[in-house]
Design a protein around this ligand. Structure first.
Ligand SMILES: [Zn+2]
Length: 274
């Protein structure tokens, strides 16, 4: 993790790992970060996945969370599994276990598949690596990506969206060192003395970040989506909740005009701009 982020975490205090039965979680206390993991016995790949995710929170800033922060922590855990698969072959941490290496990569693939299966409408796009369409889908579902409670972050659909967005983020290069402290610096609620429970807060609306746009956050373009009364043959279309949306990314200044134009040719049942 230190290699990946090339710096120390924003709250650089000792970490205590405890074993538990609930969901894995990280809490920052004054002078101590407590990390609860649930992987048991010899589930090494699961342990790496959980530890990677929770250490991700430590580097991103453990005092703030939301769906996008969870997505980043998940992306980090996927990175950890792939890195371990590469490194374990050459230098296994336990001598004589270099054959375990492939388990880490397999676990990553299996986990991705389990989560994506919960989003049948986007499954084919993931299989076809249609990352543009996946970005449109994530932008269309921006509200579902916010996840501003502990329940929303940990629910089945929330986790599936986090995985989809994490995969989308990893489809291109990521400047990890730039993301150290992201959860704190991007929060609309500035971080002060808020130790104890994680605070779920929105990301600042002015954030622009080209790489994060792959997970539907911080895009410099505006997103226009319209549910048309009659099916349109041109334009990119995204399927969500039994509905086809015609979508476009445009210059923010042209968003309203684009939507008006779209809904003029064929009447719109619903529309959104963000
Ligand atoms: Zn998390």
């Amino acid at each position: 993790m230190a290699d990946k982020f090339q710096s120390r975490p924003p709250i650089d205090v000792p970490i205590q790992c405890i074993s538990g039965d609930n969901v894995p979680e990280t809490f920052a206390l004054p002078g101590l970060t407590v990390m609860r993991l649930t992987a048991k016995e010899q589930s090494w790949a699961q342990l790496a996945f959980q530890l990677g995710h929770e250490l991700g929170h430590v580097y991103l800033g453990p005092l703030r969370a939301n769906g996008f922060v969870e997505t980043l922590a998940t992306a980090i855990s996927l990175e950890v599994l792939d890195e371990l698969a590469k490194r374990w072959v050459i230098a296994p941490a336990i001598p004589g276990t270099s054959s375990w290496a492939e388990n880490f990569a397999e676990y990553r693939v299996e986990n991705e598949a389990i989560e994506i299966a919960k989003l049948p409408e986007i499954k084919a796009s993931v299989a076809g690596k249609d990352w543009d369409l996946i970005r449109y889908y994530l932008r269309l579902r921006n509200r579902d990506m916010q996840q501003l409670t502990r329940v929303a972050v940990n629910c089945e659909e929330g986790r599936a969206l986090e995985m989809l967005a994490a995969m989308s983020l990893r489809s291109g290069p990521v400047d990890w060192p730039q993301l150290v402290g992201f959860a704190h610096s991007s929060s609309i609620q500035p971080v002060n003395e808020s130790y104890g429970n994680v605070v779920y807060a929105r990301v600042r609306p002015d954030l622009v970040h080209p790489a994060l746009c792959r997970m539907g956050l911080g895009c410099s373009s505006a997103f226009v989506a319209a549910e048309l009364k009659e099916r349109s043959s041109n334009g990119m279309r995204v399927y969500f909740q039994n509905t086809w949306y015609t979508v476009q990314e445009v210059d923010p200044k042209k968003a309203l005009r684009t939507l008006n134009r779209l809904c003029k040719r064929r009447p719109c049942i619903s529309s959104l701009i963000n």
